[in-house]
Design a protein. Structure first.
Length: 475
Protein backbone atom coordinates (compact mmCIF):
# COMPACT_ATOMS: atom_id res chain seq x y z
CA UNK A 1 0.00 0.00 0.00
CA UNK A 2 1.19 3.53 -0.79
CA UNK A 3 2.28 5.66 2.19
CA UNK A 4 0.22 8.42 3.77
CA UNK A 5 1.58 11.89 3.09
CA UNK A 6 1.50 14.44 5.90
CA UNK A 7 2.10 18.15 5.28
CA UNK A 8 2.34 20.48 8.26
CA UNK A 9 4.89 23.19 9.04
CA UNK A 10 4.64 22.28 12.74
CA UNK A 11 7.44 19.80 13.43
CA UNK A 12 5.80 18.51 16.62
CA UNK A 13 2.61 17.57 14.78
CA UNK A 14 4.57 15.72 12.12
CA UNK A 15 6.49 13.86 14.85
CA UNK A 16 3.32 12.81 16.74
CA UNK A 17 1.60 11.58 13.59
CA UNK A 18 4.71 9.75 12.40
CA UNK A 19 5.05 7.87 15.71
CA UNK A 20 1.35 7.04 15.86
CA UNK A 21 1.30 5.73 12.29
CA UNK A 22 4.45 3.68 12.88
CA UNK A 23 2.81 2.12 15.94
CA UNK A 24 -0.22 1.31 13.80
CA UNK A 25 2.13 -0.25 11.19
CA UNK A 26 1.19 2.35 8.57
CA UNK A 27 3.89 4.01 6.48
CA UNK A 28 4.00 7.76 5.97
CA UNK A 29 6.02 10.52 4.30
CA UNK A 30 6.42 13.92 5.92
CA UNK A 31 6.43 17.39 4.32
CA UNK A 32 6.86 20.84 5.83
CA UNK A 33 5.84 22.75 2.67
CA UNK A 34 2.89 22.39 0.29
CA UNK A 35 5.17 23.11 -2.67
CA UNK A 36 7.22 20.01 -1.86
CA UNK A 37 4.02 17.94 -1.94
CA UNK A 38 3.05 19.22 -5.38
CA UNK A 39 6.56 18.60 -6.68
CA UNK A 40 6.57 15.04 -5.31
CA UNK A 41 3.20 14.40 -6.96
CA UNK A 42 4.78 14.86 -10.37
CA UNK A 43 6.30 11.40 -9.93
CA UNK A 44 3.99 9.58 -7.50
CA UNK A 45 0.90 9.91 -5.32
CA UNK A 46 0.01 8.89 -1.77
CA UNK A 47 -2.82 6.69 -0.55
CA UNK A 48 -4.10 9.60 1.57
CA UNK A 49 -3.01 13.22 2.00
CA UNK A 50 -3.28 14.75 5.48
CA UNK A 51 -2.75 18.51 5.30
CA UNK A 52 -2.84 21.40 7.74
CA UNK A 53 -5.07 24.28 6.62
CA UNK A 54 -2.36 26.90 7.30
CA UNK A 55 1.02 26.12 5.74
CA UNK A 56 3.72 28.75 5.44
CA UNK A 57 3.93 28.67 1.64
CA UNK A 58 0.33 27.91 0.69
CA UNK A 59 -3.18 27.57 2.13
CA UNK A 60 -4.27 24.00 2.76
CA UNK A 61 -7.47 24.76 0.87
CA UNK A 62 -5.46 25.88 -2.17
CA UNK A 63 -3.43 22.68 -1.92
CA UNK A 64 -6.68 20.70 -1.71
CA UNK A 65 -7.98 22.33 -4.90
CA UNK A 66 -4.77 21.64 -6.84
CA UNK A 67 -4.49 18.05 -5.62
CA UNK A 68 -8.15 17.28 -6.37
CA UNK A 69 -7.80 18.67 -9.87
CA UNK A 70 -5.05 16.16 -10.61
CA UNK A 71 -6.19 13.25 -8.40
CA UNK A 72 -9.97 13.59 -7.92
CA UNK A 73 -10.28 10.21 -6.14
CA UNK A 74 -7.48 10.85 -3.64
CA UNK A 75 -8.78 11.22 -0.04
CA UNK A 76 -7.56 14.52 1.42
CA UNK A 77 -7.99 15.18 5.15
CA UNK A 78 -7.74 18.80 6.26
CA UNK A 79 -6.69 19.60 9.84
CA UNK A 80 -6.64 22.94 11.59
CA UNK A 81 -6.04 24.55 14.96
CA UNK A 82 -8.24 27.50 13.94
CA UNK A 83 -11.55 25.84 13.19
CA UNK A 84 -14.30 28.10 11.85
CA UNK A 85 -17.46 27.69 9.82
CA UNK A 86 -16.14 29.20 6.58
CA UNK A 87 -13.04 27.02 6.42
CA UNK A 88 -15.02 23.88 7.26
CA UNK A 89 -17.56 24.61 4.52
CA UNK A 90 -14.81 25.46 2.05
CA UNK A 91 -12.96 22.25 2.84
CA UNK A 92 -15.97 20.03 2.19
CA UNK A 93 -17.02 22.00 -0.89
CA UNK A 94 -13.51 21.49 -2.20
CA UNK A 95 -13.87 17.73 -1.84
CA UNK A 96 -12.15 17.09 1.50
CA UNK A 97 -12.57 13.59 2.87
CA UNK A 98 -12.72 14.90 6.46
CA UNK A 99 -12.08 18.06 8.45
CA UNK A 100 -10.20 17.67 11.77
CA UNK A 101 -9.93 20.29 14.49
CA UNK A 102 -6.78 20.31 16.62
CA UNK A 103 -6.18 19.02 19.21
CA UNK A 104 -7.57 15.70 18.01
CA UNK A 105 -7.85 12.18 19.40
CA UNK A 106 -4.92 10.38 17.78
CA UNK A 107 -6.69 7.02 17.90
CA UNK A 108 -9.64 8.43 15.97
CA UNK A 109 -7.25 9.94 13.43
CA UNK A 110 -5.55 6.58 12.91
CA UNK A 111 -8.91 4.87 12.41
CA UNK A 112 -9.96 7.61 9.96
CA UNK A 113 -6.73 7.28 7.96
CA UNK A 114 -7.03 3.49 7.92
CA UNK A 115 -10.50 3.74 6.44
CA UNK A 116 -9.38 6.35 3.91
CA UNK A 117 -6.48 4.10 2.87
CA UNK A 118 -8.82 1.16 2.34
CA UNK A 119 -11.10 3.20 0.11
CA UNK A 120 -8.16 4.70 -1.76
CA UNK A 121 -6.76 1.24 -2.47
CA UNK A 122 -10.13 -0.01 -3.71
CA UNK A 123 -10.50 3.02 -5.96
CA UNK A 124 -7.00 2.45 -7.36
CA UNK A 125 -7.88 -1.16 -8.13
CA UNK A 126 -11.23 -0.21 -9.63
CA UNK A 127 -13.04 -2.20 -6.96
CA UNK A 128 -16.61 -1.20 -6.07
CA UNK A 129 -17.64 -1.42 -2.45
CA UNK A 130 -20.85 -3.32 -3.16
CA UNK A 131 -20.93 -4.05 -6.89
CA UNK A 132 -24.00 -6.26 -6.59
CA UNK A 133 -26.02 -3.26 -5.39
CA UNK A 134 -25.14 -0.86 -8.18
CA UNK A 135 -27.80 -2.10 -10.58
CA UNK A 136 -30.36 -3.22 -8.04
CA UNK A 137 -33.91 -2.51 -9.22
CA UNK A 138 -36.31 -0.96 -6.74
CA UNK A 139 -40.06 -1.60 -7.23
CA UNK A 140 -42.94 0.64 -6.14
CA UNK A 141 -42.81 -0.73 -2.60
CA UNK A 142 -39.77 -2.45 -1.10
CA UNK A 143 -40.17 -5.51 1.07
CA UNK A 144 -39.27 -9.19 1.06
CA UNK A 145 -40.66 -9.91 4.52
CA UNK A 146 -43.72 -12.08 5.00
CA UNK A 147 -45.66 -9.11 6.42
CA UNK A 148 -45.03 -7.02 3.30
CA UNK A 149 -45.80 -9.93 1.01
CA UNK A 150 -49.27 -9.95 2.56
CA UNK A 151 -49.58 -6.25 1.72
CA UNK A 152 -48.52 -6.97 -1.87
CA UNK A 153 -51.11 -9.73 -2.19
CA UNK A 154 -53.82 -7.40 -0.88
CA UNK A 155 -52.90 -4.75 -3.46
CA UNK A 156 -53.12 -7.42 -6.14
CA UNK A 157 -56.55 -8.57 -4.99
CA UNK A 158 -57.84 -4.98 -4.88
CA UNK A 159 -56.53 -4.11 -8.35
CA UNK A 160 -59.91 -4.82 -9.95
CA UNK A 161 -61.97 -3.29 -7.14
CA UNK A 162 -63.36 0.17 -6.42
CA UNK A 163 -63.87 -0.62 -2.73
CA UNK A 164 -62.98 1.89 -0.03
CA UNK A 165 -59.79 0.95 1.83
CA UNK A 166 -58.75 1.82 5.39
CA UNK A 167 -54.99 1.73 5.98
CA UNK A 168 -53.83 1.42 9.58
CA UNK A 169 -50.38 1.37 11.11
CA UNK A 170 -47.89 3.46 13.05
CA UNK A 171 -46.80 6.88 11.87
CA UNK A 172 -44.07 6.66 9.25
CA UNK A 173 -44.90 3.09 8.22
CA UNK A 174 -45.56 4.11 4.60
CA UNK A 175 -49.33 4.41 4.36
CA UNK A 176 -49.25 7.01 1.58
CA UNK A 177 -46.79 4.89 -0.41
CA UNK A 178 -49.24 1.97 -0.22
CA UNK A 179 -52.15 4.25 -1.10
CA UNK A 180 -50.32 5.40 -4.23
CA UNK A 181 -49.58 1.77 -5.12
CA UNK A 182 -53.26 0.87 -4.71
CA UNK A 183 -54.14 3.69 -7.12
CA UNK A 184 -51.36 2.89 -9.58
CA UNK A 185 -52.51 -0.73 -9.85
CA UNK A 186 -56.26 0.02 -9.94
CA UNK A 187 -58.78 0.57 -12.71
CA UNK A 188 -58.57 4.30 -11.94
CA UNK A 189 -54.82 4.65 -12.56
CA UNK A 190 -55.28 6.96 -15.60
CA UNK A 191 -57.08 9.53 -13.42
CA UNK A 192 -55.58 11.71 -10.65
CA UNK A 193 -54.35 10.60 -7.25
CA UNK A 194 -55.03 13.40 -4.75
CA UNK A 195 -53.77 13.29 -1.16
CA UNK A 196 -54.74 15.46 1.80
CA UNK A 197 -53.65 15.30 5.43
CA UNK A 198 -56.80 16.13 7.35
CA UNK A 199 -54.84 16.82 10.54
CA UNK A 200 -52.55 19.39 8.93
CA UNK A 201 -55.29 21.80 7.76
CA UNK A 202 -57.18 24.07 10.19
CA UNK A 203 -60.75 22.87 10.68
CA UNK A 204 -62.20 26.18 9.39
CA UNK A 205 -60.41 25.60 6.06
CA UNK A 206 -60.70 21.83 5.78
CA UNK A 207 -64.31 21.81 4.53
CA UNK A 208 -63.42 24.16 1.69
CA UNK A 209 -60.28 22.11 0.89
CA UNK A 210 -62.33 18.93 0.59
CA UNK A 211 -65.48 20.16 -1.14
CA UNK A 212 -64.50 23.53 -2.64
CA UNK A 213 -66.45 26.78 -2.32
CA UNK A 214 -68.42 29.23 -4.42
CA UNK A 215 -67.46 32.85 -4.90
CA UNK A 216 -68.71 34.92 -1.97
CA UNK A 217 -69.35 31.90 0.23
CA UNK A 218 -67.37 33.57 3.03
CA UNK A 219 -65.08 36.52 3.61
CA UNK A 220 -62.10 36.23 1.31
CA UNK A 221 -63.79 33.83 -1.14
CA UNK A 222 -63.16 36.02 -4.18
CA UNK A 223 -63.44 33.21 -6.72
CA UNK A 224 -64.93 29.77 -7.05
CA UNK A 225 -62.55 27.01 -5.97
CA UNK A 226 -62.91 23.32 -6.62
CA UNK A 227 -62.06 20.96 -3.75
CA UNK A 228 -60.11 17.74 -3.53
CA UNK A 229 -63.14 15.58 -4.32
CA UNK A 230 -63.50 17.32 -7.69
CA UNK A 231 -59.75 17.37 -8.33
CA UNK A 232 -59.67 13.58 -7.93
CA UNK A 233 -62.61 12.98 -10.27
CA UNK A 234 -62.39 9.49 -11.73
CA UNK A 235 -59.36 8.71 -9.58
CA UNK A 236 -58.41 8.23 -5.94
CA UNK A 237 -58.71 10.55 -2.94
CA UNK A 238 -56.34 9.70 -0.08
CA UNK A 239 -57.48 11.02 3.32
CA UNK A 240 -54.54 10.77 5.70
CA UNK A 241 -54.91 11.00 9.51
CA UNK A 242 -58.67 10.49 9.17
CA UNK A 243 -58.95 9.84 12.92
CA UNK A 244 -58.32 13.54 13.60
CA UNK A 245 -61.08 14.83 11.33
CA UNK A 246 -63.49 17.19 13.17
CA UNK A 247 -66.89 15.67 13.98
CA UNK A 248 -68.88 18.12 11.82
CA UNK A 249 -66.79 17.21 8.77
CA UNK A 250 -67.18 13.52 9.54
CA UNK A 251 -70.89 14.04 8.98
CA UNK A 252 -70.33 15.65 5.57
CA UNK A 253 -67.87 12.93 4.55
CA UNK A 254 -70.35 10.23 5.56
CA UNK A 255 -73.02 11.87 3.37
CA UNK A 256 -70.67 11.90 0.37
CA UNK A 257 -69.76 8.24 0.85
CA UNK A 258 -73.45 7.31 1.29
CA UNK A 259 -75.07 9.46 -1.43
CA UNK A 260 -72.20 9.80 -3.88
CA UNK A 261 -72.73 13.56 -4.18
CA UNK A 262 -72.01 16.85 -2.35
CA UNK A 263 -72.38 20.64 -2.43
CA UNK A 264 -69.54 23.13 -2.50
CA UNK A 265 -69.44 25.47 0.46
CA UNK A 266 -72.03 28.18 -0.31
CA UNK A 267 -73.18 26.26 -3.39
CA UNK A 268 -76.62 25.07 -4.50
CA UNK A 269 -75.67 22.74 -7.32
CA UNK A 270 -75.39 19.07 -6.39
CA UNK A 271 -72.09 17.63 -7.65
CA UNK A 272 -71.65 13.91 -8.28
CA UNK A 273 -68.65 12.31 -6.60
CA UNK A 274 -66.71 9.84 -8.70
CA UNK A 275 -63.72 8.97 -6.54
CA UNK A 276 -62.37 5.99 -4.70
CA UNK A 277 -61.58 6.89 -1.10
CA UNK A 278 -58.55 5.47 0.69
CA UNK A 279 -58.31 6.58 4.32
CA UNK A 280 -55.40 6.15 6.70
CA UNK A 281 -54.85 6.50 10.43
CA UNK A 282 -52.29 5.68 13.10
CA UNK A 283 -55.01 5.70 15.76
CA UNK A 284 -57.36 3.02 17.04
CA UNK A 285 -60.65 4.07 15.42
CA UNK A 286 -62.70 1.56 17.43
CA UNK A 287 -61.38 3.20 20.59
CA UNK A 288 -62.17 6.69 19.28
CA UNK A 289 -65.69 5.51 18.41
CA UNK A 290 -66.13 4.25 21.98
CA UNK A 291 -64.87 7.65 23.25
CA UNK A 292 -67.40 9.50 21.09
CA UNK A 293 -64.66 11.12 18.99
CA UNK A 294 -65.41 9.32 15.73
CA UNK A 295 -68.74 8.48 14.14
CA UNK A 296 -69.48 4.78 14.23
CA UNK A 297 -71.42 4.87 10.95
CA UNK A 298 -68.49 6.61 9.20
CA UNK A 299 -66.10 4.05 10.64
CA UNK A 300 -68.11 1.23 9.08
CA UNK A 301 -68.27 3.10 5.75
CA UNK A 302 -64.48 3.43 5.70
CA UNK A 303 -63.72 0.00 7.10
CA UNK A 304 -64.81 -1.92 3.98
CA UNK A 305 -61.32 -3.30 3.38
CA UNK A 306 -58.83 -2.83 6.19
CA UNK A 307 -55.13 -3.19 5.50
CA UNK A 308 -52.62 -2.99 8.37
CA UNK A 309 -49.07 -1.94 7.55
CA UNK A 310 -46.37 -3.52 9.72
CA UNK A 311 -43.94 -1.38 11.71
CA UNK A 312 -40.34 -1.46 10.46
CA UNK A 313 -39.19 -3.34 13.59
CA UNK A 314 -41.57 -6.15 12.54
CA UNK A 315 -39.73 -6.61 9.24
CA UNK A 316 -36.00 -6.13 9.89
CA UNK A 317 -35.16 -8.26 6.85
CA UNK A 318 -36.34 -5.34 4.67
CA UNK A 319 -33.97 -2.79 6.22
CA UNK A 320 -31.05 -3.60 3.91
CA UNK A 321 -32.99 -3.06 0.68
CA UNK A 322 -34.79 0.01 2.07
CA UNK A 323 -31.52 1.59 3.22
CA UNK A 324 -29.90 0.78 -0.11
CA UNK A 325 -32.74 2.53 -1.92
CA UNK A 326 -32.74 5.59 0.35
CA UNK A 327 -28.94 5.98 0.20
CA UNK A 328 -29.01 5.83 -3.61
CA UNK A 329 -31.93 8.25 -3.72
CA UNK A 330 -30.20 10.69 -1.36
CA UNK A 331 -26.95 10.60 -3.33
CA UNK A 332 -28.83 11.29 -6.57
CA UNK A 333 -30.90 14.08 -5.03
CA UNK A 334 -27.96 15.76 -3.32
CA UNK A 335 -25.61 15.09 -6.25
CA UNK A 336 -22.99 13.61 -3.96
CA UNK A 337 -21.05 10.38 -3.56
CA UNK A 338 -23.01 7.18 -2.96
CA UNK A 339 -22.63 5.70 0.54
CA UNK A 340 -22.90 2.04 1.62
CA UNK A 341 -23.59 0.37 4.95
CA UNK A 342 -20.91 -1.84 6.46
CA UNK A 343 -21.99 -5.26 7.71
CA UNK A 344 -21.74 -4.05 11.31
CA UNK A 345 -23.83 -0.90 10.68
CA UNK A 346 -26.46 -2.96 8.86
CA UNK A 347 -26.66 -5.45 11.73
CA UNK A 348 -27.02 -2.55 14.17
CA UNK A 349 -29.89 -1.15 12.12
CA UNK A 350 -31.62 -4.53 11.98
CA UNK A 351 -31.70 -4.61 15.77
CA UNK A 352 -32.67 -0.96 16.25
CA UNK A 353 -36.41 -0.48 17.05
CA UNK A 354 -36.96 2.49 14.66
CA UNK A 355 -39.79 4.26 16.52
CA UNK A 356 -40.24 6.51 13.48
CA UNK A 357 -40.42 3.52 11.11
CA UNK A 358 -39.57 3.83 7.41
CA UNK A 359 -39.70 7.63 7.49
CA UNK A 360 -37.03 7.63 10.22
CA UNK A 361 -34.83 5.26 8.20
CA UNK A 362 -35.10 7.54 5.18
CA UNK A 363 -34.16 10.59 7.26
CA UNK A 364 -31.17 8.73 8.72
CA UNK A 365 -29.98 7.74 5.23
CA UNK A 366 -30.22 11.38 4.12
CA UNK A 367 -28.22 12.42 7.20
CA UNK A 368 -25.56 9.78 6.59
CA UNK A 369 -25.20 10.77 2.94
CA UNK A 370 -24.23 14.26 4.07
CA UNK A 371 -22.42 13.59 7.35
CA UNK A 372 -20.59 10.24 7.00
CA UNK A 373 -16.96 10.93 6.10
CA UNK A 374 -16.28 7.81 4.03
CA UNK A 375 -18.22 5.78 1.51
CA UNK A 376 -18.47 2.85 3.91
CA UNK A 377 -20.77 3.70 6.80
CA UNK A 378 -19.68 2.25 10.16
CA UNK A 379 -21.55 2.08 13.47
CA UNK A 380 -19.55 5.09 14.66
CA UNK A 381 -20.99 7.14 11.75
CA UNK A 382 -24.63 6.56 12.76
CA UNK A 383 -26.55 9.47 14.36
CA UNK A 384 -25.86 9.87 18.10
CA UNK A 385 -29.53 9.39 19.01
CA UNK A 386 -29.40 5.84 17.64
CA UNK A 387 -26.49 4.88 19.89
CA UNK A 388 -27.21 6.64 23.18
CA UNK A 389 -29.33 5.34 26.03
CA UNK A 390 -30.75 1.90 26.76
CA UNK A 391 -30.91 -0.46 23.83
CA UNK A 392 -28.97 1.94 21.60
CA UNK A 393 -25.87 1.77 23.81
CA UNK A 394 -26.04 -2.02 24.07
CA UNK A 395 -26.48 -2.33 20.30
CA UNK A 396 -23.53 -0.04 19.63
CA UNK A 397 -21.27 -2.04 21.93
CA UNK A 398 -22.42 -5.30 20.35
CA UNK A 399 -21.85 -3.95 16.84
CA UNK A 400 -18.38 -2.66 17.73
CA UNK A 401 -17.49 -6.07 19.11
CA UNK A 402 -18.79 -7.70 15.94
CA UNK A 403 -16.73 -5.28 13.84
CA UNK A 404 -13.55 -6.14 15.76
CA UNK A 405 -14.06 -9.90 15.34
CA UNK A 406 -14.86 -9.49 11.62
CA UNK A 407 -11.59 -7.60 11.14
CA UNK A 408 -9.78 -10.38 13.00
CA UNK A 409 -11.35 -13.03 10.77
CA UNK A 410 -10.20 -11.20 7.65
CA UNK A 411 -6.64 -10.88 8.95
CA UNK A 412 -6.52 -14.56 9.92
CA UNK A 413 -7.75 -15.54 6.46
CA UNK A 414 -5.02 -13.45 4.81
CA UNK A 415 -2.31 -14.96 7.03
CA UNK A 416 -3.57 -18.47 6.40
CA UNK A 417 -3.20 -17.90 2.66
CA UNK A 418 0.45 -16.95 3.23
CA UNK A 419 1.00 -20.34 4.95
CA UNK A 420 3.37 -18.92 7.56
CA UNK A 421 4.25 -21.29 10.44
CA UNK A 422 3.44 -20.58 14.09
CA UNK A 423 0.39 -18.49 13.21
CA UNK A 424 -1.51 -19.18 16.44
CA UNK A 425 1.40 -18.15 18.69
CA UNK A 426 2.03 -14.94 16.72
CA UNK A 427 -1.65 -13.96 16.81
CA UNK A 428 -1.87 -14.74 20.54
CA UNK A 429 1.19 -12.59 21.24
CA UNK A 430 -0.26 -9.68 19.26
CA UNK A 431 -3.59 -10.00 21.03
CA UNK A 432 -2.04 -10.13 24.50
CA UNK A 433 0.32 -7.26 23.72
CA UNK A 434 -2.61 -5.09 22.60
CA UNK A 435 -4.63 -5.92 25.72
CA UNK A 436 -1.79 -5.38 28.17
CA UNK A 437 -0.57 -2.18 26.46
CA UNK A 438 -4.08 -0.73 26.59
CA UNK A 439 -4.54 -1.71 30.22
CA UNK A 440 -1.18 -0.18 31.23
CA UNK A 441 -1.97 3.01 29.32
CA UNK A 442 -5.34 3.20 31.08
CA UNK A 443 -3.76 2.79 34.53
CA UNK A 444 -0.78 5.02 33.67
CA UNK A 445 1.65 2.07 33.93
CA UNK A 446 0.42 0.72 37.30
CA UNK A 447 0.69 -3.07 37.09
CA UNK A 448 -1.42 -3.90 40.16
CA UNK A 449 -4.38 -1.84 38.99
CA UNK A 450 -4.02 -3.17 35.42
CA UNK A 451 -4.03 -6.78 36.70
CA UNK A 452 -7.13 -6.09 38.81
CA UNK A 453 -9.04 -4.53 35.96
CA UNK A 454 -8.11 -7.37 33.58
CA UNK A 455 -8.97 -10.00 36.16
CA UNK A 456 -5.52 -11.70 36.08
CA UNK A 457 -2.92 -12.26 38.79
CA UNK A 458 -0.10 -9.76 39.37
CA UNK A 459 2.51 -12.45 38.73
CA UNK A 460 0.79 -13.50 35.51
CA UNK A 461 0.78 -9.92 34.26
CA UNK A 462 4.46 -9.40 35.18
CA UNK A 463 5.49 -12.61 33.44
CA UNK A 464 3.52 -11.70 30.29
CA UNK A 465 5.03 -8.24 30.19
CA UNK A 466 8.51 -9.72 30.37
CA UNK A 467 7.73 -12.24 27.63
CA UNK A 468 6.31 -9.52 25.38
CA UNK A 469 8.99 -6.95 26.19
CA UNK A 470 6.56 -4.47 27.72
CA UNK A 471 7.16 -2.19 30.72
CA UNK A 472 5.11 -1.00 33.67
CA UNK A 473 5.62 0.78 37.00
CA UNK A 474 6.67 -1.42 39.94
CA UNK A 475 4.56 0.27 42.58
Amino acid sequence: MKPIWIVDDDKSIRWVLEKALAKAQMSCRLFAQAGDVLKAMEDESPSVLLSDIRISDMSGLDLLARVKKRFPQLPVVIMTAYSDLDSAVSAFQGGAYEYLAKPFDINRVIELLRRACEESEKAAQGVKAFPEQESRHHPDIIGQSRAMQEVFRAIGRLSQSHATVLLTGESGAGKEVVARALHRHSLRRAAPFVAINTAAIPRELLESELFGHERGAFTGANATQIGRFEQAKGGTLFLDEIGDMPMELQTRLLRVLSDGSFYRVGGRQLIASDVRVIAATNQNLEQRVAQGLFREDLFHRLNVIRLRLPALRERPEDIESLADYFLAKAASSLKTERKYLSAEALEFMRQYPFPGNVRQLENICNWLTVMASSRTIRVADLPPEMKTGGAGTELAQSAQCAGWTEELKREVAELLEQEKPGLMNRLTDKFEAAVFQTALAFTHGKKVEAAQRLGVGRNTLTRKLQELGLQGDDE
